[in-house]
Design a protein around this ligand. Structure first.
Ligand code: LER
Ligand code: MN
Length: 285
């Protein structure tokens, strides 16, 4: 079953970023539950900040799950990346994500590697950068399974990375490169709107490629955003073929609103839920 999630940002440097709620995690959880979301996705400064939230109570009181934890704050606040020329920065980046995995384990949840991947540069050329990204995900992929945590690798658009920008390239990298089934792909529909010729076809192709190469699903998480990064329905993305592709793939992860809080957080969340119910209706029991 496809489940709904909404983002909460707790990182001041990302206050103007594509996150629905900002700052007050308790209030955001209450609103998310009232609007009918199944889960929240949290973008926090670090693992300690997640622990300080008393999430078991917040989630429990509101009947919510934790869809995933974002790790981009490590990049935004501390310039950590897996493609740094400095081995100590690489190690710090791996430690940062490992600590997030340990917290995510307490909620049987998942951790996202997006901005933390960085980019290749003249100083760290493409092959070396991809090797460093591979090594980081390999180490983290070994750490995650005993804890029952998924690791979502997110291809980003060309303005945010120059490593893997399409789902197809990321699928080849992940399906061929890792023996770890816990490493899955995050399909962000905003980035895909920029990079893909056909979003629905890219989803189908990635999944059928993965079926051949590893026999377990590859797309594990979706960032549910319109072309302009507003809530689904407020831009020009056609979600009907995308939802059909996800159904055909038997996708059973979250579609999580990583969108701008436009015109405000509550209305962005409401609009997301309206679009979610149109595109991922549940059987009436
Ligand atoms: C950044 O553009 C993004 O989509 C995030 O999910 C990456 O962490
Ligand atoms: Mn995203």
């Amino acid at each position: 079953m496809v489940r709904s999630a909404v983002t909460i940002c707790l990182v001041p440097e990302a206050a103007a970023g594509p996150f629905v709620f900002y700052g007050d995690c308790a209030a955001a959880c209450e609103t998310a539950a009232r609007l009918g979301f199944d889960a929240v996705e949290i973008f926090a400064p670090d693992a300690a900040a997640v622990r300080a939230l008393n999430l078991p109570k917040l989630l429990g009181d509101n009947g919510l799950a934790l869809a995933a934890l974002g790790t981009g704050a490590g990049f935004l606040q501390r310039q950590l990346t897996f493609t740094s020329h400095s081995r100590s920065v690489w190690t710090e980046a791996v430690d940062f994500v490992r600590a997030m995995i340990d917290v995510a384990a307490e909620f049987q949840s998942a951790v996202i590697v997006g901005s933390m991947q960085g980019r290749w540069t003249p100083e760290v050329p493409r092959d070396r950068a991809i090797g460093q990204l591979w090594e980081a995900l390999f180490v983290l992929g070994d750490h995650a399974p005993p804890l029952n945590v998924k690791l979502f690798y997110e291809p980003l658009n060309r303005y945010e990375t120059n490593l893997f920008t399409t789902l197809g390239d990321a699928a080849t990298f992940v399906a061929k490169g890792f023996p770890h089934p816990c490493i899955e792909l995050l399909a962000d529909l905003f980035h895909m709107n920029i990079e893909e010729r056909d979003i629905a076809a890219a989803l189908r192709d990635a999944e059928s490629f993965a079926a051949d190469w590893r026999g377990v699903p590859l797309v594990g998480h979706v960032h549910f955003a319109d072309s302009n990064r507003r809530a689904a329905g407020l831009g020009h993305t056609d979600f009907t073929p995308i939802a059909a592709a996800l159904r055909e793939m038997n996708y059973d992860g979250y579609v999580s609103a990583e969108v701008l809080p436009w015109p405000d957080a509550e209305r962005a969340a409401e609009q997301t839920m309206k679009a979610f119910r149109v595109h991922f209706p549940r059987p009436v029991s």
